[in-house]
Design a protein around this ligand. Structure first.
Ligand code: SAH
Length: 382
């Protein structure tokens, strides 16, 4: 204990200092108690730190004017306010931005900011580096799991994007980073403790302030964890469906062998608070000649009956060595037409940021759904 403290106090050993930003309220309190703050005062200190770190995005302890000088000095000796290293940052002509982040040597993940046509936009974040699921169309599926990201590392992706977009303080009006989607690397429900803790921090109205209704967690179908996700986070649910029959889904989304469509849909129906205002998003990647027939479009509509649902048809984004091709545009449109006639609006996601993703993995396929309203607005202002 003593040795650790002594080490962190040596100014020539900055690596011993730990990052402070991105910690949850309970973690901040525990850190303050560990630092010797009176446990009765720790909640107040945590609230002060939250305001500086997550509302103002402060990068310097000296600026934390409501914290006494002695404690500020102690904080600066024990912690740092650096973000994880950004090894690559690219901005696309269409406004899409990608950050490749090194959380520690050998542990790199990506986040992507996708602006909508209107002022809002979504940040797509990773929950793990690598993945265990092996979905056959997904590039991350070819990579081994390196490890789960911590709650702090997940939150740091949002802090980095806010820095890049110059959106401090975290005001609630006019932010372009308005939504968060857990659709980057990894399976969030295999890292649910950290994802739930991160969502607590992200949705904290006194801090980063992105409401739970604007946070979407996407899963390949870890059925037993789906209702728990809703109960613990209040986040919106997205399901990577991609097939409407068990035989095909077991082939392209192998977790289906463990939790088949019936088990998956029982879990989805048990998601808390589903309603027309709170729908489940179903992602469906369009694979040429594999899952894109009109019969499958009709089966999709049938399968979703009774579930408040949105559908996103995602043009497949090929990667070197991928065994699939993207469905033809006419096929996608015909598929979309069947879905549309069943009452689901504007379901095709247009690929974004293609120009900056030339060398990267799964996230090159990130895309955004432009709604009919957005398209109307765009054509009116054009
Ligand atoms: N494991 C979670 C979250 C990560 S994948 C899940 O499966 O939902 C998030 C989404 O990325 C998936 O729904 C899939 O539609 C999409 N995706 C992955 N690889 C893709 C590719 N090559 N082309 C298009 N979409 C892809």
């Amino acid at each position: 204990m003593k040795t650790a403290l002594d080490l962190s106090r040596k100014p020539d050993l900055p690596a011993a200092r730990r990052p402070l930003a991105g910690l949850s309220m309970s973690a901040l309190q525990a850190e303050m108690v560990g630092l010797g703050v009176d446990p009765k005062k720790a909640p107040m200190r945590a609230r002060q730190l939250r305001r500086w770190l997550h509302h103002f995005g402060t990068r310097d302890f000296a600026g934390m004017t409501d914290i006494g000088k002695a404690l500020r000095t102690q904080l600066a000796e024990t912690y740092h306010l650096d973000r994880p290293d950004i090894t690559e940052h690219k901005v696309s002509a269409d406004g899409t931005q990608k950050w490749l982040i090194r959380f520690q040597p050998g542990v790199e993940g990506e986040s992507v900011f996708i602006p909508a046509v209107s002022k809002t936009g979504a940040l797509c974040v990773s929950s793990q580096v690598g993945c265990t699921l092996n979905c056959t169309f997904c590039h991350t599926g070819t990579q081994k799991l390196v490890r789960n990201l911590t709650a702090q590392e997940i939150v740091s992706q949002i802090l980095i994007a806010r820095d890049g977009l110059s959106e401090w303080p975290a005001t609630t009006e006019d932010r372009s980073l308005s939504n968060i989607v857990f659709m980057g690397m990894g399976e969030p429900l295999y890292n649910l403790d950290n994802v739930a803790e991160a969502i607590d921090t992200l949705s904290d109205g006194e801090g980063i302030s992105i409401s739970r209704r604007r946070i979407t967690v996407s899963t390949a179908g870890v059925a037993p964890k789906i209702p728990e996700l809703g109960a613990r986070t209040g986040a919106m649910l997205a399901i990577s469906l991609h097939a409407v029959r068990d035989d095909l889904r077991s082939e392209i989304v192998p977790i289906n062998r463990k939790y088949d469509l019936q088990t998956l849909f029982e879990a989805i129906r048990a998601y808390p608070d589903l309603s027309n205002a709170r729908r489940v998003t179903f992602e469906y990647v369009m694979l040429k000649g594999v899952n894109d027939s009109l019969a499958e479009a009709r089966d999709l509509v049938r399968l979703l009956r009774g579930v408040p649902a949105k559908i996103n048809l995602i043009p497949f984004n090929p990667w070197p060595g991928s065994p699939y091709a993207c469905s033809d545009w006419e096929t996608i449109e015909a598929f979309a037409e069947v879905v549309k006639r069943a009452g689901y609006a504007s379901p095709i996601r247009t690929p974004r940021g293609r120009d900056i993703f030339a060398a990267c993995g799964q996230l090159r396929s990130e895309s955004i759904r432009t709604s009919a309203a957005d398209r109307r607005r765009a054509s009116q202002t054009a």
